[in-house]
Design a protein around this ligand. Structure first.
Ligand code: ATP
Length: 375
């Protein structure tokens, strides 16, 4: 990505906790480097304890890095106090003042900044319009629904026109249905304002729906950065493949012929056609295949079909069939004992199969559908 003037740049940031009194330090953030473009929505995605909140808190200035540098629009933030940073943070709990009206909640930070009365009123009205809460201006937070409270918190955090907005599990307090409805609404608001956003979440659906790019974190490190599609379709390692959606992971070894053409040999599949990989003979690798890329049936594909495009073909016994409406999920047990998850769309062209538990079945997929992982 081309470097822009307003970018957030996190450069080799490390955070160690507890290095006092001779106790060994715990590295919560381990040498993270990232560039987030101006106006971009970036999601840090990882399971509990991976260090995402610590990284967010360092951006806000609530924690200081053990080493490394954070700049925003070329300005070094590392030594600035939270209130000196052109950054605002929206907490999962919203942290609204219960005794203040919606209007006063939004005005709070602006008044504290000493903005003239007329400017405060102008800004609050603009924010109320942005989040469509004009009618509720005089209500107290407890008189609002969860979704409305979330919008007040958003309006309050955008009122000071920060260059960077930090969102800590922004929709975590909402129930699933409301969360889904709110995701796109929130993105629309953020994009209309053009603010750069860094959100942390452990909810991959939320990250996939809302973010332009995702950074997958584990044990303090960023393992992969990419668009939701890149992360899903070309995971860079086993952790990402397994963490984002579900991938069938099959272990095997690399076979390299004289022409340097690679194949992967797994217990259940004799010849995967390897592509885009380099390595040496016998190198351990894993093959990741998404359930929806696999076809399953009682019969193998027609030889003619197979000759046109050689498929990776496995045989097994159906152990589970779950009809889900739009698709059916199967678990096929292979000779090695491994269970292959297959998800097949129930379309008119491919209606749900008559496969049932205990049936012998074939499963196959195009070589281009899998990803070969070396880590
Ligand atoms: P969650 O989703 O549960 O909030 P997280 O990915 O945001 O998790 P962090 O809160 O960043 O994780 O914590 C990362 C690690 O650092 C954890 O193992 C945590 O116990 C540790 N940690 C966080 N704050 C401190 C602290 N002040 N002192 C010591 N260890 C800490």
């Amino acid at each position: 990505m081309a470097a822009g003037q307003g970018d957030l740049v996190i450069d080799q940031v490390v955070k160690d906790f507890g290095a006092t009194g001779g106790a060994a330090a715990f590295r919560a953030v381990d040498n993270v480097s990232l560039r987030v473009a101006q106006g971009e929505i970036f999601a840090l995605l990882g399971s509990s304890g991976c260090g995402k909140t610590t990284l967010l808190r360092m951006l806000a200035g609530f924690e200081s890095p053990t080493s490394g540098q954070i700049t925003l629009g070329g300005r070094d933030l590392t030594a600035l106090a939270p209130f000196e940073r052109p950054i605002n943070m929206m907490f999962q709990s919203y942290a609204l003042f219960p005794h203040l009206s919606v209007w006063d909640n939004i005005a709070f930070g602006l008044r504290r900044e000493g903005l003239p009365k007329a400017r405060v009123a102008e800004r609050v009205e603009a924010m109320l319009k942005l989040v469509q809460l004009g009618k509720f201006a005089q209500r107290k937070p407890h008189q609002l629904s969860g979704g409305q409270q979330q919008r007040v918190a958003l309006a309050r955090s955008l009122a000071k026109q920060p260059q960077l907005l930090l969102l800590d599990e922004p929709l975590g307090a909402l129930d699933k249905k409301l969360r889904e409805e709110t995701q796109l609404e929130l993105v629309q608001i953020l994009k209309s304002v053009g603010v750069t956003c860094m959100m942390v979440t452990h909810d991959q659906e939320e990250a996939m729906t809302m973010a332009d790019r995702i950074g997958v974190m584990s044990e303090g490190r960023i393992l992969q950065v990419g668009s939701p599609r890149e992360i899903y379709e070309t995971p860079g390692n086993r952790f990402v493949a397994d963490f984002i959606g579900h991938a069938n992971l099959m272990d095997g070894t690399l076979a390299v012929d004289e022409a340097d053409h690679c194949e992967v040999q797994c217990a259940d599949v004799r010849h995967f056609v390897g592509h885009g990989i380099t390595g040496h003979e016998g190198m351990p690798v894993s093959v990741a295949i998404r359930p929806e890329k696999i076809r399953i049936d009682v019969r193998a594909p027609e030889p003619a079909e197979h000759a046109q495009m050689p498929m990776n073909l496995v045989q097994g016994t159906v152990r589970e069939v779950a009809y889900m409406g739009s698709h059916t999920v199967y678990r096929l047990q292979l000779a090695s004992g491994q269970l292959l998850k297959v998800s097949q769309g129930n379309t008119e062209r491919h209606p749900a199969t008559a496969l049932k538990t205990g049936d012998a079945a074939w499963a196959w997929w195009a070589p281009s559908a899998h990803v070969v992982l070396t880590a």
